[in-house]
Design a protein around this ligand. Structure first.
Ligand SMILES: [Mg+2]
Length: 426
């Protein structure tokens, strides 16, 4: 009995010591002593951070939100703080820069005076207190704000955003370039790209039931790209939701021999069942997402099997962390993520942070690597961009180069069927 008591005492003492060393080890890892790392922090008693741990009572407040239009069709956001840290975002729906700037202006009174580091809390407040949830304008405004808050938080902690999302899942990120012609695709290949995306030749004039000539010419145009870069390149094709479901079905069949990387938006995403039917008809992966917002929008796509490549846009879908949540949902369906991005370098930087932190990343779209916008534009090598290493989004605007790009009057194209003047999608 005595022996047992002793041995039990010594076990307790061993575990006590072991746990103490783990606790000190954890605090030590952050460069803090046990005294500076209290188990129950003091609470803030008043102001917007009332009830929060003491560190949120420290001076760190949003002071101002500033948007500015940048050519050709971008809207950049700067969130200023009393710590001198400025966060960057792109809160834009294409063709609605002024509307989005106004949406940001209307959200600003909520944010000014609050701590920028509570990214998820502010996301929830902005999204849910709107009462009318989502939609392109409000979710794009929220997305740009979310990017800027992450940028501030990463800069405050001195780490890239992907470090706060679990650390890097890869060392480099595949990006794709747009190509309309064999010349385009050869040029992009020379620049280092190995993945590409094209459109459907003359898509807007295809009508409701296309002629055999239209289908043959569209397939031939794709075949010429395949021939130009060979079998080891990946070439996606974007139907842009601009052709009818009947034509999409015919065209997918005609393209199959050339094995596109993916078929993007074979039809518009307003009727997910139709897209799901098309997905079942083919072995080519279906991609969609640029006009889908938040986890709630992507849920139906996954559940109905309408696409296996999701393309959330970091400027529309709800931001970086919403992209992370969508990636988690996609993972459960063996689906992958290829962030949509026809916008500017801040949008690209946000997509790269997501790509760097998820397991099921496929490829990142880009139309600019930041030349003329960023002090250090991204560089492509062997089809990939190295993961960013600087804090936050990891980019710095080149204000001097931006000076002559400020302001724009970009408008979405008006497109009509030539034969009868009726409206068609662009
Ligand atoms: Mg598209």
């Amino acid at each position: 009995m005595k022996v047992n008591e002793n041995s039990s005492k010594s076990r307790r003492s061993f575990f006590k010591k072991a746990f103490a060393s783990i606790a000190f080890g954890a605090a030590g890892a952050y460069g803090l002593s046990a005294q500076q790392y209290p188990a129950v922090p003091e609470k803030s008693e008043e102001g917007p951070e009332a009830g929060m741990p003491n560190r949120y009572r420290d001076k760190f407040r949003i002071t101002k939100l500033e948007t500015f239009k940048v050519k050709p069709r971008f809207l950049f956001l700067k969130i200023h703080t009393d710590q001198g840290i400025v966060g960057l975002g792109e809160p834009i729906t294409e063709g609605r820069a002024d509307t989005c700037a106004m949406a940001v202006q209307e959200i600003a009174p909520y944010l000014v005076g609050k701590d920028p580091r509570r990214v998820m809390h502010h996301w929830q407040a902005i999204y849910r207190h709107a009462f009318y949830r989502g939609g392109p304008i409000l979710t794009s405004a929220l997305s740009g704000i979310e990017q800027a808050l992450w940028d501030i938080k990463g800069k405050a902690l001195g780490v890239p955003i992907y470090e706060l999302l679990g650390g890097p899942t890869r060392h480099s990120i595949r990006v794709y370039a747009h190509a309309r012609s064999p010349e385009d695709i050869k040029k992009a290949r020379k620049e280092g790209y190995t993945a590409f995306k094209t459109g459907v030749k003359n898509a807007r004039q295809s009508g409701i039931v296309a002629s055999p000539k239209f289908i043959a010419e569209a397939a031939d145009a794709f075949a010429s790209l395949r021939e130009a870069v060979g079998e080891d390149a990946d070439i996606g094709i974007d139907f842009h939701g601009a052709i009818s479901a009947a034509n999409a079905s015919l065209l997918i069949k005609a393209l199959e021999p050339y094995q596109p990387f993916f078929i993007e938006e074979p039809v518009n995403c307003q009727n997910v069942d139709v897209m799901a039917e098309l997905a079942k008809e083919t072995t080519i992966p279906i991609a969609t997402g640029e006009r889908i917002f938040t986890k709630w929008g992507f849920r139906e796509i996954l559940e109905k099997g309408a696409a296996t490549i999701l393309q959330p846009d970091m400027c529309h879908a709800g931001g970086i962390f919403e992209g992370r949540l969508i990636a988690g949902m996609a993972e459960a369906y063996y689906a992958s993520i290829a962030p949509h991005n026809p916008l500017g370098p801040i949008s690209l930087a946000a997509g790269l942070q997501l790509a760097a932190s998820i397991p099921n990343f496929l490829c990142q779209e880009q139309v600019t690597l930041g030349e003329g916008y960023l002090k250090e534009p991204f560089k492509v090598e062997n089809g990939h961009v190295p993961i960013p290493t600087k804090p936050g989004l990891g980019i710095e605007l080149d204000e001097e180069a931006l000076a002559d790009k400020l302001g724009h009057d970009w408008k979405n194209p008006e497109t009509y069927l030539e034969s009868d003047g009726s409206v068609v999608d662009w």
